[in-house]
Design a protein around this ligand. Structure first.
Ligand SMILES: [Zn+2]
Length: 353
């Protein structure tokens, strides 16, 4: 059974490019998809066992989490959520935890748990409110575009009402769980997208819930790296020859999507390492890479937000230079501003062609 929500528009107001709502990808394995997989439009997975359900990720705010639970309600009847898994520390995957049943156990990797403490919900809430107010003011163009972009990105979410609920249980490496009659393995594969990424494997139905190791139809954002870890995680998905692959953002994935990501990260790693050793600043390196023939002739060029490459270039530079890998929040903001600047330049170049 598949219940597609009547999602005609994404949360950001774009026309939906694929069906949202609950998809039963295998017996008792559900994917709740949120078109178009942009910022905060994260997918959720459910493994429905006999009398118990495991849920994978919980949305960015409470209203969004409640909509998701309402869509999944037909399956949850008689099979309550007993286990909540957060695939990583970004808020769009765990700030809905408080909406899950109080009796459920919340689990993540120890590295993600540590990183969750550094996610600043109130700063994002304040920035969203400020951006909403500032968007109405006469501002210089450079500041104006940053403010209106921030308002468009964060505006659909209510961060003030989010009550953080941190995981009760952590692990490192891997953890096998029994949910009703189902066996599920959690496998830590970070640091890659974030410090403690994990993926969930339903061994009975051979389904992978990949979290943000998979962004489909858009450029992945590598905050932490190294790219090698991300490539290893992608190979782990391919090794299981999965019957279904649920990404963290975007429509259901195919094996070709996963191999495209392997080649993208190999290119990113090789090119950024070389340009770093040649002394090219990261912004210029990312701009060069996006205008290279390898990029423009690749399938990656069709992914949305190619400028997100800059985060991966900066992360690769930190690894090549042997810097401490943990990202400072100010560094993250600098990266986001750089991504925006690169996006504007890239769009201008595209128009000229
Ligand atoms: Zn995400």
């Amino acid at each position: 059974m598949t219940v597609n929500a009547e999602v005609e528009h994404s949360l950001h107001g774009e026309v939906a490019t694929y069906a949202g709502g609950v998809h039963e990808v295998a017996d008792g394995c559900l994917a709740y998809l949120q078109p178009n997989g942009g910022l905060g439009e994260a997918n959720v997975g459910l493994v429905v066992g006999d009398g118990a359900t495991l849920i994978i990720d919980t949305c960015w705010d409470h209203a969004q989490a409640r909509r998701m639970l309402a869509a999944a309600a037909p399956w949850l009847h008689g099979n309550p959520i007993t286990t909540v898994v957060n695939t990583h520390s970004n808020g769009d995957h765990w700030w809905g935890n408080a909406v899950m049943p109080a009796a459920a156990t919340v689990i993540t990797s120890a590295a993600s748990r540590a990183a969750m403490g550094r996610e600043n919900r109130l700063a994002i809430a304040a920035m969203t409110t400020a951006a909403g107010l500032a968007a109405r003011l006469p501002l210089p163009q450079a500041i104006r575009s940053f403010v209106t972009d921030a308002h468009a990105e964060f505006g659909p979410f209510d961060f003030w009402r989010v009550r953080p609920r941190y995981p009760d249980r952590t692990f490192s490496g891997s953890l096998r769980l029994t949910v009703g009659n189902r066996t599920v393995d959690l496998v830590e594969v970070g640091p890659a997208h974030t410090p403690g990424d994990l993926m969930v494997f339903d061994r009975d139905r051979n389904v992978v819930f990949a979290g943000d190791i998979l962004f489909i139809g858009q450029t992945p954002i590598m905050w932490e790296g190294p790219a090698r870890n991300w490539i290893d995680a992608l190979r782990l998905i391919l090794d299981t020859r999965p019957a279904a692959i649920v990404p963290g953002h975007g429509p259901l994935a195919t094996e070709t999507d996963v191999t495209d990501l392997v080649s993208y990260f190999e290119w990113l790693d090789d090119s950024a390492t070389r340009l770093c050793r040649n002394g090219i600043p990261p912004f210029d390196a990312a701009a060069q890479m996006l205008s290279s023939d390898t990029f423009t002739e690749s399938r990656w060029a069709r992914w949305r937000r190619p400028e997100s490459l800059l985060a991966g270039v900066r992360a690769t530079y930190r690894h090549v230079r042997g810097h401490r890998v943990r990202i400072h929040p100010l560094d993250m903001i600098a990266t986001m501003r750089g991504i925006q600047k690169l996006g504007n330049r890239f769009a201008k170049d595209q128009r000229r062609q």
